[in-house]
Every structure is written in C-alpha cells, then in structure tokens.
Design a protein around this ligand. Structure first.
Ligand SMILES: [Zn+2]
Length: 228
C-alpha cells in the first residue's frame, strides 16, 4: 500500500532532514516550492482517490459495473500515488552522494536528453520531453545517474514547466555545492496538442542558467553541447 503523503506548504513544521529528504520549503528559493495544501497530510489515500475518481466516471455517464471499467478508479489511484505523482512524497527525493573531486575536474559536466515525464497541473495531461542538465564541480562530483533521478523526482508531480526547471536548478545548486548549474527543458504539452489550440508541433523551452552559466562562453558552450 502506498503510505499517505506527509505534505506541508512551507510553514516550517515539516520533519524532513538528512540526505534523502530534501526540505523543499526552506528559505532556499521559496518561490519554486510546490503549491501544496497544508491540510493534505493523510488525505491522499488510494481508496479516497479511487472513490472520487469513480464519482467523476459516474458523472460522465459511465457504467462502473462494466467489467472493463470496474477497476479503473483503483488503477488510476494507484497510478497517481505510485507513479505519476510519486514526486509529491518528500521521502522519495533522491539521495545525493558526492565523491571528492580528486582529479580536480573543473569543466562542465553535461547530462543531456534526460527523459521528462510530467503532468500539467492546470489540465492533468502529460508533459513529455527532455532536460539537459550541467554543473561545474568544485570540491565534489556526483554520480551521473543522480542527475536523471533528480529530474525524474521533480517531474513526477503536477507541474508547470517553469517551476520544474527552477526546482531542478535549486536542488542541484544546493546538493552539488556549486553555484554553476544549468537546466534546459524542452517539452511537449498535451494541453496544447490535445485540447485548446491543438497545436501538435509546438514545444516549450525553459531554462535556468546560474553562476558561470549565466552568460558568455560557458553558456554558449553548454548550448552547443546540447545542440541548441
Ligand atoms: Zn496545461
């Protein structure tokens, strides 16, 4: 069973600490925290979500006694809690172990085309794309797959691409102990392609360029390396 989430909205009462439980609600870049309800604690159980989703299906005129539909509310609740929105659970924040930069590597490390699978918080339909992430190590380097995990963690919650970009940059800056970080996200929004304007070709690009990436040669090199 998915355990109920323990969510707070930045009022300081949250008991998060330690490597694997990054406190998103500290004074660090306050504006990028997730808009969570302070009363969300314990209410997002699988059965409560399934119950409410069944209600939506009924209101749409669907017959929930149909064998094909009967288990859909439960499936949706499981998918929300265990997959699509697992990044709402602070306990799932990736543990970031650093290694001493004994080889004194002082150039950028780029991890490009990291898969992004998120959900638009305005329409609850997918955001699918890639992230390009870079940092310049100081005293420490990080295991490369952690960069993928960090992108995945912040993606797996209802999001807007602008916030997602900044949350990843904030986390990298703090955890990798360097001000020199860059994040670019290039994604398709199904709320643009499936509904509304229904433009299937357009993509959205957002970026956070910090420290040495803020301008000049370093930024140019990064953009060349990721093919932008
Ligand atoms: Zn949307």
């Amino acid at each position: 069973m998915a355990k109920p989430y323990n969510l707070t909205n930045g009022h300081g009462a949250h008991g998060c600490g330690g490597d694997g439980e990054w406190e998103e609600n500290t004074s660090f870049h306050q504006e990028t925290r997730a808009p969570l309800s302070p009363s969300a604690e314990g209410i997002n159980t699988e059965s409560a979500i399934a119950h409410h989703f069944a209600e939506i299906m009924r209101l749409l005129g669907l017959d929930l006694s149909d064998p094909s539909l009967r288990d859909t509310p439960r499936r949706v609740a499981k998918m929300y809690l265990r997959e699509l929105f697992i990044g709402l659970d602070p306990a799932r924040a990736p543990e970031v172990r650093l290694f001493p930069n004994t080889y004194a590597y002082r150039q950028m490390v780029v991890e490009k085309e990291i898969r992004v699978r998120s959900i638009c918080e305005h329409h609850f339909v997918p955001i699918i794309g890639v992230a390009h992430v870079a940092y310049i190590p100081q005293a420490h380097v990080v295991g490369l797959s952690k960069l993928n995990r960090i992108v995945d963690y912040f993606s797996r919650r209802p999001q807007v691409q602008e916030r997602l970009t900044q949350q990843i940059a904030d986390f990298l800056e703090e955890k990798l102990q360097t001000p020199d970080v860059a994040v670019v996200i290039d994604a398709k929004h199904y709320c643009v392609s499936l509904r509304g304007i229904q433009d299937e070709a357009s993509r959205t690009l957002t970026y956070a360029f910090r420290g040495a990436f803020a301008s000049g040669e370093t930024q140019d090199l990064f953009l060349r390396m990721v093919g932008l």
